[in-house]
Design a protein around this ligand. Structure first.
Ligand SMILES: C=CC1=C(C)c2cc3[nH]c(cc4nc(cc5[nH]c(cc1n2)c(C)c5CCC(=O)O)C(CCC(=O)O)=C4C)c(C)c3C=C
Ligand SMILES: [Fe+2]
Length: 473
């Protein structure tokens, strides 16, 4: 299974075409359901390149001046700057970019981490399998549209039956696709309820690895921020686009699902491609330096995707992944009173450059044997030592977390932290043992896990199918 598929490792490409016909824009926005499929190669594979899209404002504007049917020329006039020109594009307010929705793997995993997150976990309120299938079908259609910069439904937020609610809520009118990705997952409770009962005739297809995570030292989990039958990770370079997507998917699911909990995130705390600068978390340290990067295709295949034959009962998950979501509160006021030397000891890297304390620059390999006058230069209890593959049977994970600030506590402290998201090939080998280590590291004193979820992430969706379809075959 190639990690290049779905175009997630490429640069934003230049294309104005949204379908084999090159038709774009007003006809898709204003007419009946004509979701333009992603461009496909002659082999039927998704186009390798993410592409620029057309802004919702552009589409509406074009429709408003009566150019419906002009088609192919529209995209060219509305399409704008290449991703490399993002600064200039932002200045003109015209930056639009999109990633293919269809592909071998879901987008939003090896995709260059976007700046904003809205993550939501849902519980099924219906017990009917056909309702679940209808929901996933409707979500797929809406996701395919929204990720390309279109409205959630075929009619649009301001068109259609004046006596009925619009099929899109409207707050994304005028906004470009903003690199929106929507990544869907299935929680353990989708397969069996708390009493072990088969809810949708799926119990015998539950992956062995998809069980509730164990309690870790120091966990203080809030059930109202944990679990969920389904999850959706919405990432975008505009928070309004991410929130609009979750809101509309929740609206579409009304009567079948209810939001159990959700989390907003900002300032990605990871880099997922070598082209991205390493961002900083709320402790002020670079985060994501040693992350699995999309270009490390062998390691992505080894540590992220579920391989063929991994679980005889769960062949449907081949090419997918597991997502670990942890809401981690950070005692930032206490942290802020620690000496710089202590902060660096706890992390194991310099605050300025993110270099290992054993020396070198940001991307130098840490040398855990290097000794200083007072012992190892990298404290053995430091976070990077305890999380490092050398002491974790060689396992790596693709981290894709975000900072969060959810207001303040009654004690006048920021309710802040890191919403940790990691994609792994198997949580039993790639997450649980590592968490057991870092729950006891020097950083554990400053953090507390307050929410948790584990989800199976089905492989990518092919046109004409719905997300997770193989589970129901
Ligand atoms: C169980 C997995 C992990 C949790 C939970 C976790 C929480 C967490 N991490 C930071 C800050 C940093 N983490 C860094 C590296 C790092 N962290 C993990 C895993 C978990 N982190 C791994 C596997 C690694 C890479 C280790 C390596 O191979 O060297 C770093 C260093 C920079 C980097 O490589 O990303 C920082 C900083 C916080 C603040 C946090 C919870 C609040
Ligand atoms: Fe970490």
């Amino acid at each position: 299974m190639s990690t290049e598929q779905n175009g997630q490792t490429g640069q934003y490409g230049q294309t104005g075409q949204h379908g084999p016909t090159g038709q774009e824009g007003p006809t898709a926005r204003t007419g009946p359901e004509q979701l333009p499929p992603d461009p496909v190669t002659t082999a039927g594979e998704p186009a390798a390149e993410p592409r620029r899209g057309v802004s919702r404002r552009g589409l509406l504007g074009a429709a408003g001046v009566g150019v419906a049917g002009v088609g192919a020329g529209i995209a060219g006039t509305l399409a704008v700057e290449h991703r490399a020109d993002a600064g200039a594009a932002a200045a003109t307010g015209t930056a639009v970019s999109s990633y293919p929705f269809w592909g071998s793997h879901q987008a939003g995993i090896v995709t260059p981490a976007q700046d904003w997150l809205h993550f939501a976990a849902f519980d099924l309120t219906s017990s009917r399998r056909e309702d679940l299938v209808a929901l996933l079908t409707a979500w797929t259609a809406a996701a395919a549209r929204m990720t390309q910069g279109h409205g959630a439904g075929p009619v649009g937020p301001t068109s259609g039956d004046y006596a009925a609610p619009p099929d899109d809520t409207g707050e994304a009118i005028g906004l470009p696709p903003s690199g929106l990705t929507l990544t869907f997952g299935f929680g353990p409770t989708l397969f069996r309820d708390a009493r072990g009962r088969d809810r949708f005739g799926l119990a015998d297809r539950q992956p062995d690895a998809l069980r509730e995570l164990p309690q870790f030292p120091g966990d203080n989990l809030d059930p109202a921020r944990s679990g969920g039958d389904l999850c959706i990770q919405a990432c975008a370079d505009d928070p309004q686009v991410a929130v609009h997507a979750i809101r509309n998917l929740a609206r579409i699911g009304f009567g079948t699902v209810a939001v159990r909990w959700s989390q907003l995130g900002f300032g990605r705390t990871s880099a997922t491609t070598t082209g991205q600068a390493t961002p900083r978390n709320l402790f002020g340290f670079k985060d994501g330096t040693a992350n699995v990067k999309a270009e490390e295709t062998l390691d992505v295949d080894r540590h992220v995707w579920v391989p063929h034959g991994a679980d005889a009962r769960a062949g449907w998950l081949e090419g997918g992944s597991y997502l670990v979501a942890r809401r981690i509160s950070m005692d930032i006021e206490i942290w802020d009173r620690q000496a710089l030397s202590e902060q660096e000891r706890v992390i194991g890297r310099t605050k300025a450059e993110g270099a290992p304390l054993s020396g070198g620059t940001e991307f130098s390999a840490p040398n855990f044997s290097a000794q200083g006058a007072a012992g190892p230069l990298i404290d053995t209890t430091s976070h990077v030592h305890q999380a490092h593959p050398d002491v974790n049977r060689g396992v790596r994970m693709l981290r894709r977390g975000y900072n969060f600030v959810d207001g303040s506590t009654g004690l006048g402290r920021l309710d802040a932290g890191l919403f940790f998201l990691a994609y792994v090939t198997d949580p039993r080998t790639h997450y649980i043992p590592v968490q057991n280590k870092v729950s006891r590291d020097a950083m554990a004193e400053y953090v507390q896990h307050t929410g948790s979820g584990l989800f199976a992430i089905p492989p990518g969706v092919q046109q004409g199918q719905f997300v997770g379809q193989a589970l129901f075959a």
